[in-house]
Design a protein around this ligand. Structure first.
Ligand code: 0PR
Length: 350
């Protein structure tokens, strides 16, 4: 059979929040390609694997008895968290309060769910609790905290935001889509064990090193997930909580395989390696006179003193920019020290 095309390799990709899957995760995905986790009555093995996935996601997020499921990604998990909050509230005019650093999936959530999204400016790239408190009112159904922001990799004060949510009778949702598999090894307080978190997004297909699609929605209790249930009369299972119908069993199997292989030691090691790489890059950029945002998790943003991003792209580098125009390098597992050394060498060429 003719080869369709070679997938792009990750060699010079500094902009992605996804990475090469762990070998066990790749093999599991291939094995389960034809299975549908949306029909657990028929695909019982995948249903069992999904239970295991949720149990493991609970272990990573400080919850011994979690509810949840493997979603298509962080976007679905965030939409579903907002949907839970909206469905359980009594108001006809619901709003969600989030820091301006929240991922654009919350804009989609607000749009499809008919919820108003209120965003508050950040301070030092973190949620400003006072600024968010000013936006909270009796119609607030959800307060969002970001644990590992898309642009800077920064972590919001989750316990204070959980208090803010609960004082207003709202739910607290933590978006750890990217940060979830590195945060356990940091000093941050971000999960169910640290604060009264209601729902949490954590994506195996990002730092979890599973194949795409494998996102994670974890809820404090089953009754929260039940807010999403719709009846499925002609399936063997009674109801469904996921947003999509047919779902990737490959993603589920891959998530379990990655977490079984890497939690906790493999992820710990990766955290230390990626963090050391981020600090190394931050030091090198600062030494060259660029204005660096101190990395908190393995993500480096820097305002370059020279406009080089287009030239870097023409040399094969895939780099992203923050909304403010800073260069942004996500130190994923495929971004090794050797890759960064060659990146800095190319920067020096200009
Ligand atoms: N929450 C956070 C904090 C995120 O960073 C992202 C995605 C999401 C939610 C949404 O997740 P899904 O994309 O899985 O629905 N952050 C990256 C972004 O949108 C994702 C990404 C991945 C970007 C791979 C580029 C790429 O090559 O920028």
């Amino acid at each position: 059979m003719a080869q369709l095309a070679e997938p792009q390799d990750f060699q010079r990709v500094l902009s992605s929040m996804c990475t090469e899957p762990h070998p066990a995760a790749r093999a599991a995905a291939e094995e389960f390609l034809a299975t549908n986790s949306g029909d657990p009555g028929t695909y019982e093995t995948v249903a069992d694997l999904e239970e295991r996935a949720v149990e493991l996601l609970g272990a990573v997020t400080g919850h011994s008895d979690p509810a949840g499921y493997v979603a298509s990604g962080g976007t679905e998990a965030n939409i579903q968290a907002v949907r839970i909050a909206r469905n359980r509230a009594e108001t006809d005019d619901p709003n969600v309060v989030a820091p301006a650093s929240a991922h654009f999936s919350f804009t989609k959530a607000a749009d499809v769910l008919g919820v108003e999204l209120r965003t508050a400016p950040t301070t030092g790239h973190r949620a400003d609790v006072d600024a968010m408190a000013e936006l909270v009112d009796a119609d607030t159904v959800c307060v969002v905290a970001v644990a590992g922001s898309t642009e800077y990799g920064y972590v919001d004060p989750v316990p204070a935001l959980a208090d803010l949510a609960h004082d207003a009778g709202a739910l607290c949702h933590v978006d750890a889509a990217w940060g979830g598999f590195v945060l356990p090894f940091s000093d941050h307080r971000w999960h169910f064990g640290h604060a009264d978190v209601d729902t949490l997004t954590i994506d195996p297909h990002k730092m979890g090193q599973a194949a795409i699609p494998a996102g994670g929605l974890v809820a404090r209790s089953r009754d929260l997930l039940d807010e999403l249930a719709v009846r499925t009369p002609y399936l063997e299972s009674r109801s469904q909580v996921s947003l999509t119908g047919t779902r990737s069993g490959a993603g589920v199997a891959s998530a379990v395989a990655a977490m079984e292989a890497l939690w906790p030691e493999g992820y710990r090691e990766q955290y230390h390696t990626s963090m050391a790489n981020a600090e190394w890059l931050a030091d090198r950029l600062a030494a060259r006179g660029h204005d660096v945002v101190e990395p908190d998790l393995p993500l480096v943003a820097a305002a370059l003193s020279v406009p080089v991003t287009d030239e870097l792209r023409s040399r094969g580098w895939r780099v992203a920019k923050t909304g403010a125009g800073e260069l942004r390098v996500v130190c994923m597992p495929h971004v090794t020290r050797a890759v960064l050394e060659s990146f800095v060498a190319d920067l020096d060429w200009y």
